[in-house]
Design a protein around this ligand. Structure first.
Ligand SMILES: Cc1ncc(COP(=O)(O)O)c(C=O)c1O
Length: 395
């Protein structure tokens, strides 16, 4: 089946009416650019000391950082759609300052403050709820299962809730999940798309490059379901968290609205250049090599070593992401958030090792999330854990 919702009828009416900011350079090619109040001299630190100052040369400032960037990041989008190779076009892509911007933008496009709702399935990434709180949107929650296929959707309940509440404008899902590290069953995701729900199905694929064989991005479904929005990022597999580049992939109707809400020059020249270089065919090959090293380190070094430690109760989520979720226990095998908090604090204060405490989230009792770094970094965390356990077990 396909789904073709009237996207404008579910978006905020004020957003549908918006005319996107347009700069003069979108209308004329130009040669002498005196339209945007930029500096013709270039970055001040690269301008000569002479009087009058001589503008920085192209050699000194090859990216022309004195000029505003391309508002639509066309070169980056061209490379991004080539990576996906499933018939996407530039009109299917929004680029944000990290996927955090895409999440906030989508919330603002579709949810009327004080009226509409979003559905999330905890444990999940905190930005969805945060975007809702900032925008005064009610958040409904249906936890992931904790037993019998742990960290999968309670699919019947999710679909029933979505079908029965027209005020739910977005359902936020992650595949594979954070902090669960588990890939959601794509049959469930397709069942949501196939249901009679008439809102946005947002599936965050931040960790998609780490999933093993057979599990692929749902980008090919964007042409079938115009309410599907995929979120991706250059912060994880591509190693560009500092550049802040994230994507939404969706139907042209949704992308048009997202582009009209964004600030005109949201991605800097430097970030666009970093993303463009990282999406070259050679760099994508390099990314895949790094991903396979991270997956090897996770599965062959970190997880087996952790599973031998008496203070590790279970590796709860692993196998599909560049992190794992680990449940800890005291020497008598008891799991408690108290023990885990002490461990977390000792690691941070005595060993300068920072992990993420997820113990308060549903299904994550007593758990910390550990990012997978280099092999050396994993040997260091294993050593720090041994020493921290020694100390805690004496208490
Ligand atoms: C599921 C998920 N989505 C989005 C993000 C944010 O990514 P970005 O750095 O692109 O804002 C993260 C970051 O941890 C994440 O785990």
């Amino acid at each position: 089946m396909t789904k073709n919702i009237d996207i404008n009828s579910i978006a905020r009416p004020n957003v549908v009416k918006l005319m996107p900011y347009r700069n003069t350079r979108e209308d004329y090619p130009g040669e002498l650019f005196l339209d945007a109040n930029e500096s013709s001299f270039g970055p001040a630190n690269l301008v000569s000391n002479s009087n009058p100052p001589i503008p920085a040369s192209q050699e000194l400032d090859p990216l022309q950082t004195n000029r505003y960037p391309d508002p639509y990041c066309i070169k980056v989008k061209e490379r991004f759609i080539a990576k996906h190779d499933c018939g996407l076009s530039i009109d299917n892509i929004f680029i944000g300052s990290g996927s955090d911007e895409a999440i906030d933008n989508l919330t603002r496009v579709f949810c009327k403050p004080g009226v509409d709702k979003c559905l999330i399935c905890p444990p999940t990434f905190e930005m969805y709820e945060m975007a809702c709180e900032i925008n005064d949107i009610e958040v409904l929650k249906i936890d992931l299962k904790t037993s019998n296929r742990p960290f999968q959707l309670q699919i019947d309940k999710v679909i029933q809730t979505l079908e029965n509440d027209p005020l739910i404008k977005i359902v936020w899902l992650i595949a594979p999940g954070n902090p669960t590290g588990v890939a959601l069953n794509q049959k469930d995701l397709l069942a949501i798309l196939e249901s009679s729900y008439k809102g946005i199905v947002a599936i965050d694929e931040a960790y998609i490059d780490f999933v093993g064989d057979g599990y692929q991005s749902m980008a090919k479904y964007v042409s079938k379901y115009n309410n599907l929005v995929l979120i991706q990022t250059m912060s994880k597999s591509f190693g560009l968290a500092g550049a802040r580049v994230g994507f939404a992939i969706s139907s042209p109707e949704v992308i048009k609205l997202m582009n009209s809400v964004k600030t005109p020059f949201n991605i800097s020249v430097l970030a666009q250049n970093a993303a463009f270089e990282a999406l070259s065919p050679e760099s994508i090959k390099s990314m895949r090599r790094i991903v396979s090293e991270i997956n090897h380190t996770r599965d062959e070094i970190l997880v087996p070593a952790l599973e031998k430690m008496p203070n590790v109760k279970a590796v709860l989520g692993s196998g599909a992401t560049n992190f794992i979720l680990v449940q800890f226990c005291s020497s008598d095998g008891t799991v408690s958030n108290d023990f885990t908090k002490k461990l977390y604090e000792i690691l941070a204060t005595e060993f300068n090792v920072l992990l993420r405490n997820r113990a308060h989230l549903p299904g994550c009792y007593g758990s910390l999330r550990i990012s997978i770094g280099t092999r050396d970094e994993m040997y260091r965390i294993l050593e720090a854990l041994e020493k921290a356990f020694e100390k805690l077990n004496k208490e």
